[in-house]
Design a binder for this molecule. Sequence first.
Ligand code: GAR
Length: 188
Amino acid sequence: MMKRLSIFVSGNGTNLQRIAEYFKGNNDVEIVNVVCNNPKAYSIERAKNLGIPLRMITKAEFNSPEFTEEMRSLNLDLIVLAGFLWKIPASLIQAYPRQIVNIHPALLPKYGGKGFYGEHVHEAVVAAKEQFSGITIHYVNEIYDSGEIILQAYTALEPGETPDSLAAKIHKLEQAYFPVAIEQVLKH
Ligand code: GAR
């Protein structure tokens, strides 16, 4: 049976691109749509170029019961948050228990929660002089960044590390591990 994915994005979409390319030609996995909340996101271009249907959403729509119903009607196996920055409404989480995964650019539970996203995370990690950072791929529950962890991968901070240089290392880890983790989750 074909596994059906929806990918939620808010920004550049490098993870979206990588996931779509990883599953291209895979007859077992279909990316049904991309859901985007940001009209300025480069992800929009990427979804178009990848030929994946795009669903733009407003906050009111996103939090409405109709949106959960709309997602249900797609018969999804998994929702992937790939740099998606809104909190997921409880109704959607309840509709998809252990079927929503997120990637976070730090080693949760550190540097998680509201306000910790994208470069803000790397700035905080560098400012705290941490020896390590990394990525956390986890299931989404009703509390921000606290669902069950599926996978963590680490990278060391080096002398002179900047938020930008750390971000580049984190992106490499994301590119390497996110599609593989998704594939594993789909097998269970
Ligand atoms: C990624 O680094 C992802 O880990 C992070 O946003 C970036 C999106 O990049 N997610 C969060 O901070 C979630 N709290 P992308 O749009 O190029 O995939």
